[in-house]
Every structure is written in C-alpha cells, then in structure tokens.
Design a protein around this ligand. Structure first.
Ligand code: SF4
Ligand code: SF4
Length: 491
C-alpha cells in the first residue's frame, strides 16, 4: 500500500518536475512496482525452464480497453516507468529502426509519454528527433489521443518489436509493451493498419493464413518425404514428435529449410508428424500488428488442435511460432500452461533439437565435415535470443559439425534485428536505409562466407539483400550438409 501511495504521489506530483531526485524516486518505485514482476522472480525449472518474461499481456476482450488511446489509458505503473527514464540513450543506440532512419526513436517515445502526462509537448526535448520529424511539432495531454497529436502513427508502425531497446535499458523500461498497446487501439478501434498490414490481417481473418493460401498447401513440400500427416480426424492418439511448419511451409525458401530439417531428423531416427490442413496460423503477426482479437482467436484455435492431437514434443524452425507456443499461449490458456509445466508437451526450436541429437551422438557429422565447412557467422533471431533467452543452441549445433562461429560485433542477446519482426515488413515504413542491409553489413564485416540463420523471417530478409554478400543458410541446412552420409544411410 505504501508503495502504491508513493507511486501515485510520484505520478501526481513528480511528473514534469526536473532534477536528479525525480529519476531516483521514480526509478526506485518503478523497480519495486515493475509491470512485469516476473522479470525479477526465479525462472521456472524443468521443461519450462526457458520460458521468458517476454509474453505480452492478453487483453480481456469485452472488458479491458482495446489497447491505449490516451496516455491516461496506460496502467499507472507503466506511466511511472517512463518517469524513471534517465535519458541515457542506450535504447536509441540499440534500435535498428532509428539506425535505418525510420521515424522511430525509443528514447523519444518514452519522453513523449512523459510530456503527454505532463500536458506539454516536445519543444524542449534536447535529444535526437524521430528521424525525418522536426522537434516542436507535437504535444499532448493525459486525456488526449496519443496519435497523432503526440506521436505519429508511422512511428509506432516502424517498430520491429525486436526488444533490443528493452534489453539495453538500465531502468528495465518495456518499450515494446507500449508500442503494442498503442497499436492495439489503432487497429481494433481505428482500423488503420498501413500498407500490406491490413491485407495480412484480413487474410488471417478469412483464411487462417497470412497469404490466403489453402491450408492443405502448407505441407506440399513434404509430400514425397513419407511423414505421417494428421489430417481430417478430429482427434488422434498421442504423437511422439509433431513438426509445425508455420508460414515457412508456403514459401519456397522456407520449404528448403524444412526439407533439410526433416531429412536430418530422420537420419537420427526422429520422424515427425505434420498437422496437414489442421495447422493454422499461430497469431504472432496479428498480435504484433495490434489485432489482439485476431490473435486470441488464432491462438485458441491452434491450442484446441494441439490438444486434440497431443504430442510429447513439438518442434518448429520458426522462433515466432516457438515464442507463441512456449511463452504466449500459457498466459492465454491455463490448460496449455499446465500441459507445458507438467512436461506432457515439450516445445523445441529446431536448433535445440539438432544440438541435442548431435551432442548425444544420434547424428554424426562426416569425417571431413569440419575441413569442408565454410567460414560462418551467425545471426541470432530476436524471437529466439531476446524473447526465449536461447543463444547457445545454434552455436552448439554448429560447433558439433566443426564450425566455430565468427561473431558479429552485435551478437547474442545484443544482436541487431533483421527487420522482419513485428509485422514491420507488412507495414513497410520507409527510412533512409533498410534494416536487413545494415545487418548484412554486420555479417560482411566478419569476412565469413556464410551467414547462418535460424528463422524463416531472417532468411527472407537477409536473402533480399542485393550485391555481393555471404550466402544465407539455415543452421538445419548446414547440419544437413555435414551429416549427408548418415542421411543417405538412414533415410
Ligand atoms: S523493439 Fe526494436 S525496433 Fe522497436 S523500438 Fe525497440 S529497438 Fe526499436
Ligand atoms: S535505455 Fe531506458 S533509461 Fe535509457 S533512454 Fe532508453 S528508456 Fe530511458
């Protein structure tokens, strides 16, 4: 109660006051009343050990506000967190959209909310502007809509939800929660998602796929691989391994990775089943684009399918799908949370499984695999690294086939985003450069022949970079090449 009172007093009296004590008081209160207290608690153990405090909080549809329209719509402890910002600029330095010259700067975003609560504008903001936007043109008030008076919509749509700002922030401020909350209002109330974002949301509503594909086409790439397919049956007995293909199943490049993964798994005696036309979109993109209603429908649908067709192990090569299954669905559905917590279902990223199979000797690299290996750098996917805390598995898998990764300057939890998350490729807000071009420059600087990836979005973004560049190969493709003899022998 004391902390609640102190927090309310800080918000009521402290906002707008200057001086070092303001941040000290707000910072202490913010840490004590953090909107994600699970960030400080012990991490779960057992099969849920890698679960992260990175899942968005679901909206109680019909009860909660559909996102935030005004600063005053945000929870008070979130507002308090903005007041704790010490303007160190670490989030700005980490932000790929800012670096690309898109109209986003997470430091200014936080300060704009502080101004909005104080009923002022940005005329006195001394830091860097949103690229391409003049300082002094925006103002707001606690009860006034954030967009467009205080912040332009395109600022919010520039975010890739990469969490680099959250990772960098010494005050543990949660910028992505803010962006998504404001997007929810734009999407669910205003219906104003720019460029292809609107089309993708409509396709998801009408077809349960992002590109209006027939559901059965998701697994056409596997038709000659002899995998068991759980198709029309309403329920099926428990499966040992179930592979979720995700959106990559519809994409030629994604299919290449999936085929490499399946042939490699078979070499280790793992034959995964497929859901066939019962696999529907996981809802990741709908959620990042602010369509919380669409996300919840898609999530509940896929959870119901997975409960009707139970599997001991779910494996996916898509970190966005992984994050939904492992971190976001348990917040939405108590039965799913229990299923994971009790270890009845384990969720794997494919690099985790490959690392385990290689280290356990079930997959053996060819004798000359290390000699023939190209020089490799590794691009960490944001939704595997920062969202799931998993930066070791791809490196372990590569090490097991004789590849020592040449690290980029920004790697692991501090890796630069490829530009593919958060629905950003669909909203497509222009900047001065493209984020994947900058990431490819990071890869080029290592001199490596190959940039290894572990996400179909990263593959698509980095392969879209023109000019002389390293080859882009999924970790599964590199492993498949290294164990080729075993594949032939066992397939
Ligand atoms: S999540 Fe990534 S793109 Fe969005 S503001 Fe933070 S650093 Fe920038
Ligand atoms: S990193 Fe955190 S404290 Fe530093 S400017 Fe950004 S929001 Fe403020």
């Amino acid at each position: 109660m004391l902390a609640l009172g102190a927090g309310a007093a800080e918000l009521a009296l402290g906002v707008g006051l200057a001086g070092p004590m303001k941040h000290a008081v707000a910072g202490l209160l913010h840490l004590g009343l953090h909107p994600r207290p699970e960030r400080f608690g012990p991490q779960p153990v057992g099969p849920a050990a890698q679960r992260q405090a990175s899942a968005l909080k679901p909206v109680a549809l019909g009860q909660d506000l559909p996102g935030a329209a005004r600063p005053a719509d945000l929870p008070w402890n979130r507002l308090l967190s903005f007041d704790a910002c010490v303007q160190c600029g670490k989030c700005e330095a980490a932000c790929p959209a800012f670096a690309a010259g898109q109209p986003l700067n997470p430091k200014k975003l936080v300060q704009d909310l502080v101004s909005g609560m104080a009923g002022t504008g940005d005329a006195h903001y001394a830091g860097n502007p949103y690229p391409g936007k003049e300082i002094g043109r925006h103002a707001g008030a606690p009860d006034q809509a954030v967009v467009p008076g205080l912040i332009d919509a395109e600022t919010l749509w520039s975010c890739t939800t990469c969490r680099a700002c959250v990772q960098a922030c010494p005050m543990l401020i949660e910028h992505v929660d803010l962006v998504v909350d404001l997007r929810r209002n734009l999407t669910l109330v205003g219906g104003t998602v720019p460029n292809k974002g609107d089309e993708v949301l409509a396709a998801l509503r009408e077809t349960d796929t992002q590109g209006r594909h027939p559901l059965a086409a998701r697994h056409h790439w596997a038709s000659d691989l002899g995998l068991p397919v759980i198709a029309d049956k309403r329920t099926s007995p428990r499966t040992e391994w179930l592979l979720l293909a995700g959106e990559a199943g519809f994409d030629l490049r994604g299919q290449k990775t999936l085929r490499a993964l399946v042939t490699t798994l078979r070499a280790a005696g793992v034959v995964p089943a497929l859901l066939g036309e019962r696999e529907t979109d996981c809802g990741d993109v709908a959620r990042r684009l602010g369509d919380e209603a669409g996300y919840q429908r898609l999530a509940r649908q896929l959870i119901a399918t997975l409960q009707a067709h139970p599997a001991a192990n779910l494996v996916t090569a898509d970190p966005h799908l992984l994050h939904a299954l492992r971190n976001e669905y348990p917040v939405l559905d108590a039965a799913w949370a229990e299923q994971l917590a009790q270890g009845r279902t384990r969720v794997w990223h494919h690099t985790e499984l490959l690392a385990e199979l290689l280290e356990g000797g079930r997959l053996r690299p060819k004798a000359d695999a290390a000699d023939r290996a190209p020089s490799v750098t590794l691009h960490d996917p944001c939704y595997l690294g920062r969202y799931n805390g998993q930066i070791e598995a791809p490196r372990r898998a590569l090490k097991a086939i004789g590849i020592q990764v040449i690290e980029m300057e920004r790697c692991g939890l501090n890796a630069r985003c490829c530009g593919g998350g958060g629905g950003a490729p669909t909203t497509d807000i222009p900047g001065q450069r493209r984020i994947p071009d900058m990431r490819m420059d990071d890869a080029r600087a290592t001199g490596a022949e190959v940039v290894a990836v572990a996400c179909p979005q990263c593959t698509a973004m980095l392969e879209g970079v023109t000019g002389k560049r390293p080859e882009v190969l999924d970790v599964a493709e590199l492993v498949a090449r290294a164990v080729e003899t075993s594949v032939e022998k066992n397939a």
